[in-house]
Design a protein around this ligand. Structure first.
Ligand code: CP
Length: 327
């Protein structure tokens, strides 16, 4: 694994497998059934210049669970970027204060620019419509765990990605990560204008996966193993796109869709947040309580996976066993 985690492009199947093994080992520590202090004395800089609940808090909790402490900055208003400070200067300054940095920023490529100026590991917590590699890792960990529970194999799996596939950075990272594995079937369903970028479709197809684009959820998806839906990222729309846009119910994942179109053991995932406003309709609350809805198992998995990322980047993954103690 490279020094930073900026994109799934830097991961190999071997490095993902390693992170999955370390994450599984982290579970009892994430649930505080065991304690480790392998990052005692280390400081994380958690820099979020765009809204976040899960990524910011779970990276913070993951670092603390390993014994480290966290300095947070949330929003441009409370950073000196509001006074015109550059990414380069911010990066040089933060490098003197922290042992690792997580950063979310609205501009694609900005986290890589920040990482180029520092000697400490940087994790991309989401760069505009670019990538969200730690989300893809926790999504993959979730799929693997759910498949083990259901007695399914990843090879030959059928994954449906739906919602905003143009601006949804989680699906950009996830489709690349899935493509590192044995050939599977990937179906893409997006509202008009929000389709998956063609370079990602070409990449996945070139690795031997069967990729198919469809225009509607009103089809038969009985053999789909995973329905992964995403929020429409209206904040990234141009003014022209925003005008009059409303998501048709045809793209909503709800109980009727799951009961009529999908199988009894098809799981439903979403990176969250889901948009609960009346005109949004990405993932209906009528699936709450349905065992196929894996979204909160998915969020829980964020902690052990982010612990595994820190332990690996900061090269303490081999020390975990030695440092363990019971609560
Ligand atoms: N999935 C995700 O990135 O959630 P947040 O925006 O709340 O961090």
């Amino acid at each position: 694994m490279s020094r930073h985690l900026l994109s799934v492009d830097s991961l190999t199947r071997e490095s993902v497998d390693h992170l999955m093994r370390v994450a599984a080992r982290m579970e009892p520590i994430a649930q505080r059934r065991q304690v480790t202090r392998v990052l005692e004395g280390a400081v994380l800089g958690n820099l979020f210049f765009e809204a976040s609940t899960r990524t910011r808090v779970s990276f913070n909790a993951a670092f603390c669970r390993l014994g480290g402490s966290v300095c947070d900055t949330t929003g441009f208003t409370f950073s000196s970027m509001a006074k015109g400070e550059s990414l380069y200067d911010t990066s040089r300054v933060m490098s003197g204060y922290c042992d690792a940095i997580v950063m979310r920023h609205p501009d694609q490529g900005s986290v890589a620019e920040f990482a180029a100026a520092t000697h400490v590991p940087v994790i991309n917590g989401g760069d505009g419509p670019g990538e969200h590699p730690s989300q893809a890792l926790l999504d993959f960990y979730t799929i693997d765990k759910e498949f083990t529970r259901l007695g399914k194999r990843l090879a030959d799996a059928h994954v449906l990605l739906t919602g905003d596939l143009k601006y949804g950075r989680t699906v950009h990272s996830l489709i690349k990560l899935l493509s590192l594995y044995d050939p599977m079937r990937i179906t893409l369903v997006a509202p008009p204008g929000l389709e998956m970028p063609s370079h990602l479709i070409d990449l996945v197809a070139s690795r031997g996966h069967r990729v198919e684009e469809r225009s509607s959820l009103a089809d038969d998806y009985a053999d789909v193993d995973v329905v992964y839906t995403t929020r429409i990222q209206k904040e990234r729309f141009t003014a022209e796109m925003s005008e009059g846009f409303s998501l048709s119910r045809d793209f909503t994942v709800d109980r009727a869709f799951m009961d009529k179109r999908c199988g009894r053991d098809t799981i439903v995932m979403h990176p969250l947040p889901r948009d609960s406003r009346a005109d949004a309709n990405d993932l209906d609350v009528d699936l709450n309580g349905d065992p196929r809805l894996a979204i909160f198992r998915q969020t829980d998995n964020g902690i052990p996976v982010r612990m595994a990322i820190f332990a690996t980047l900061l090269q303490v993954d081999e020390l975990i066993e030695k440092e363990l103690r019971p609560v």
